[in-house]
Design a protein around this ligand. Structure first.
Ligand code: TRP
Ligand code: SF4
Length: 412
């Protein structure tokens, strides 16, 4: 990722910001929980996080069957909240409540070559996969561009996503680069940058100039880093001036839309009941809010190591999806007990599954209870989303003002 360093560091706001979205698929399953939501819960304390429901994205492929989008949105947000996503720490909202995404999408569409969208891998893949549906639509082609707008409108430096979304973040970076290249060179940029230097303290201004010379004239990378750190510390610079001075450092124009970075979810994919990746479309999931007896039933009938056809056959936990769940839910003593008992046929699969069922249910009890509270009082959820949309809109508007002005339609 070396190429990202310049633009990422060029804004401390941006590197502190995290954005991610999920299409409204309704109630979540354990794959979402361990793969995505737990990660969000962690990030919300370390970054300025924006998490949203990508309901417009759902329309790109479900345009003829959207009657459940609202219910799915509600159910999914209840799961986020129940799982520990905290509206006091993170901004939660629904995409279609923040119209600014649509304006940036439109503006970006002006500079996006069709060929960039056509070559995004998911474009052709999904058309083949969902071949019973006409996805030769304008909206579907624009899916990743709408995603780019989602990210860039918050100048989010970090985008936690699964591996399947990395190509979309990569496209976002290309779009940002193109935008900055086309519009970052405002007329009078040099004068404005010099004026901004004047707004720093005398000493800081002198150091900035020295470091900039070191980088621009001698390519001294350390000087660049020190200058970036210096700028990040300047409390009395406006965001615009700071961005300008970051851009000025690197010789180029102003960075209006910083390039984001994908933060790959670190959890391995969770196996489902059949051992394949847990996914709604495979119907092999355990829901986050599954009823206790259903958890029991699903795990009891879950696939095990095929080598253990009989109780007396030894098995290998490495070939068993049940063990993958143990690794998440059980302490090391229990895992050791499984490994030894399985490979020596000392325990049966029924024995092995028992503590797992218990552990899943203990965790789910807490989540189920919290979810119930939100279900009983849906207005709480609605007002969380309303407040989130208001906060998101404020942040989005700041970016849009810069974007409009840079393009030349600021009209002020
Ligand atoms: N395309 C993403 C998915 O299917 C959802 C999404 C929409 C998203 N906009 C985003 C994810 C912006 C991260 C950032 O999972
Ligand atoms: Fe899987 Fe446990 Fe059975 Fe071994 S004993 S095959 S780990 S369920």
């Amino acid at each position: 990722c070396h190429r990202t360093a310049g633009s990422l560091l060029s804004s401390s706001e941006s590197s502190q910001r995290v954005l991610s979205g999920m299409r409204p698929t309704g109630r979540l399953h354990l794959g979402h929980y361990h793969g995505v939501i737990k990660n969000w819960v962690q990030l919300q304390h370390e970054y300025d996080c924006f998490f949203f429901v990508a309901d417009w994205h759902a329309l790109t492929s479900s345009y003829d069957d959207a009657h459940d989008v609202e219910q799915n949105t509600f159910d999914m947000v209840v799961d986020w909240l129940a799982a520990g996503v905290n509206p006091g720490a993170a901004t939660l909202f629904v995409q279609s409540r923040v119209l600014e995404h649509a304006e940036l999408h439109l503006l970006l569409s002006m500079i996006t070559p069709l060929s960039w969208l056509e070559r995004v891998p998911s474009y052709k893949d999904q058309q083949v996969k969902l071949n019973d549906k006409d996805l030769g639509t304008y909206g579907f082609l624009g899916y990743p561009l709408l995603q780019a707008a989602d990210i860039l409108i918050y100048r989010a430096g970090n985008v936690p996503v699964g591996a399947d979304q990395v190509a979309h973040v990569e496209l976002t970076r290309e779009i940002a680069r193109r935008f900055n290249h086309l519009y970052g060179r405002e007329p009078g940029f040099e004068q404005q940058a010099e004026a901004a230097i004047g707004k720093m303290g005398k000493k800081a201004a002198r150091i900035y100039k020295e470091l900039r010379r070191g980088y621009v004239e001698q390519g001294d990378a350390e000087a660049l880093e020190r200058a970036q750190a210096l700028l990040a510390e300047q409390a009395n610079l406006s965001i615009g001036d700071r961005e300008r001075l970051f851009g000025y450092l690197e010789g180029g124009g102003r960075i209006i839309l910083p390039e984001p970075q994908a933060l790959l979810n670190e959890y391995p994919t969770l196996p489902g009941l059949d051992g394949e990746k847990m996914s709604k479309s495979y119907q092999n999931t355990i829901a986050l809010r599954e009823a206790p007896d259903v958890v029991d039933e699903k795990i009891r009938t879950m696939k095990t190591d095929p080598a253990r056809a009989r109780r007396s056959d030894p098995g290998d936990p490495a070939n068993c999806p049940v063990f993958s769940l143990h690794e998440i839910y059980s302490d090391s003593d229990t895992c050791k007990w499984v490994v030894e008992g399985c490979s020596s046929a000392g325990i049966g699969c029924v024995d092995c599954k028992k503590p797992l069922i218990e552990a899943v249910n203990v965790e789910q009890d807490i989540i189920r209870k919290r979810a119930e509270e939100f279900e009983d009082d849906p207005d709480v959820v609605h007002s969380i989303l309303q407040e989130g949309a208001d906060r998101a809109r404020d942040a989005a508007r700041e970016t849009l003002e810069d974007v409009r002005a840079a393009i030349g339609i600021g009209h002020r």
